[in-house]
Design a protein around this ligand. Structure first.
Ligand code: GDP
Length: 456
């Protein structure tokens, strides 16, 4: 059951601190009344969706010149009456206005409470509300696009469609329960199996898309592995265009894994510079190598950096194989072979087909490497892609849906009775409903909205 609140809440909705202007948002049935008591104009008489210019009064004194926007529920973000005061961005003014409103009986909003009210008033479903937080947090073009897609409701729509199909069939099964004495089957079992399989297929696709969704949100982890002096730090620096990692001529100095992010073509990549791979008796360095390979194992993309000079190349490949045997891991489809220092060779001619030739020092070939990185995450830059799941909560709900549906299929294969079948179908419906918020608990809402900022 949804709890609608009837009090009026207020918060500073712009970023904390000093700014050119700040916006204080008030939402609830008394929004205009509370603002009226501190404003030189009559907000209640102001047309909805219009602005007025006036003064906020602190007793007899003018506190600030402001612009006041009025929205009338349900045509507002929260679905309630909303007033927004744009004041000058002094921290004193912002806080004083808030204090004056609270003195009038307004309540300070909790984290995400405006968005929560928007959800409770049916302005958006839960996954769309969560997309609002993602949108605010988005730092790259791809993360932004993903949040917009989710906010527009494409993902929700897909879940609702799957759920509706399932509900249609579930109701037939439930109908059978009413006639259980007569042993009838309204729901054709073969049709049903086909439907469930199709839904499982789609749910599993969405589950798989999480890997991409998550990396787009957090940055695609890329491990750079290579022998000492192969140019790992130089490459990282070239990509970061900043001297963050220490470049050194002494072999084996980059012992710790250093992480940094760089935006390439609208996608955030998280680069992990690691200790060099080489044969060594040095305990610390051996640990470094173990960490390097372990990081590489977990990265989405591995840049295997080799020296382009033939005499070194063969030796390095031999070394890799030696270490790969140790950790039980080999090059796989995540690996990009990069031959560095082509400025010291004949250039890019004569390089192996499957490798990219670069010079971390001069920057030659870096664009090919960047293109390859984007290609590896199948990002075409147009944004025309299928729905991507990026939220851990959605992932878990989808995984549980898939599990429940598999149980349904298994049950049908074993010919279990309709009443038992109905239980598992209801379970699947429950988990699917959790994604969009058709099924919610106060705990769930609390957890979701507590991750928002105050004022959103
Ligand atoms: P790391 O141990 O793998 O991190 O290697 P570094 O990045 O510290 O590089 C080792 C040495 O190789 C440094 O002296 C770099 O200036 C040099 N180096 C790196 N990349 C290139 C390159 O593309 N061309 C040339 N000529 N030297 C390079």
């Amino acid at each position: 059951m949804r709890h609608l609140t009837d009090d009026t809440i207020c918060a500073i909705s712009t970023a904390p601190g000093v700014g050119g202007i700040a916006v204080i948002r008030i939402s609830g049935p008394q929004a205009s009344v509370h603002v009226n008591s501190i404003y030189s104009k009559d907000v209640k008489a102001q047309d909805p969706m219009t602005l007025s210019y006036g003064q906020i009064m602190d007793g007899e004194d003018i506190l600030d010149d402001v612009i006041v926007a009025r929205f009338q529920g349900p045509h507002s973000f929260t679905g309630e009456d909303v007033v927004e005061i744009s004041c000058h961005g002094s921290v004193y003014i912002q806080e004083r206005i808030l204090q004056l409103l609270i003195a009038q009986g307004c309540r300070a909003a909790t984290r995400g409470e405006f968005t929560q009210r928007a959800f409770l008033h049916g302005k958006m479903d839960l996954s769309q509300a969560e997309a609002v937080a993602d949108l605010i947090a988005s730092e790259s073009r791809s993360a932004h696009r993903m949040a917009i897609q989710q906010m527009k409701g494409e993902f929700s729509q897909e879940i609702v469609t799957l759920r509706t199909k399932l509900i249609e069939f579930a109701s037939l099964i439930e109908l059978e329960l009413d006639f259980s004495e007569e042993d009838v089957e309204f729901a054709d079992r073969d049709d049903f199996k086909r439907l469930i399989r199709a839904i499982i297929h789609r749910v599993d696709e969405l589950i798989e898309s999480f890997q991409l969704g998550n990396v787009i949100k957090k940055g695609v982890p890329v491990a750079i592995i290579g022998a000492p002096n192969s140019g790992k730090s130089t490459l990282l620096n070239a990509l970061l265009k900043e001297q963050r990692a220490i470049v050194s001529d002494i072999a084996g100095t980059t012992r710790d894994a250093i992480e940094d992010t760089v935006n390439i073509g609208g996608v955030t990549f998280r680069f992990i510079d690691t200790a060099g791979v080489r044969e060594t008796e040095d305990q610390i360095e051996n640990q470094g190598i173990a960490i390097a390979l372990d990081k590489a194992k977990h990265a989405a993309i591995v840049i295997k950096l080799l020296d382009a000079r033939q005499e070194l190349l063969d030796e390095e490949e031999r070394l890799y194989n030696h270490y790969f045997d140790h950790v039980g891991w080999r090059d796989d489809e995540r690996t990009i072979r990069v031959l560095n220092k082509i400025d010291l060779t004949e250039g890019r001619d004569g390089l192996p087909q499957d490798a990219i030739g670069i010079s971390a020092l001069t920057g030659e070939g870096l664009n090919s490497l960047k293109d390859k990185l984007l290609e590896r995450i199948e990002y075409d830059g147009t944004g025309q892609r299928d729905i991507v799941v990026s939220n851990l909560r959605h992932l878990h709900a989808l995984q549980k849906t898939s599990e429940a549906l598999h149980t349904v299929v298994k049950g049908m294969e074993q010919g279990i009775s309709s009443d038992l079948l109905a239980i598992d179908i209801r379970k699947a419906l429950h988990y699917l409903g959790e994604v969009t918020g058709e099924v919610t608990t106060d705990d769930l809402l609390g957890t979701i909205f507590s991750k928002f900022c105050i004022g959103k």
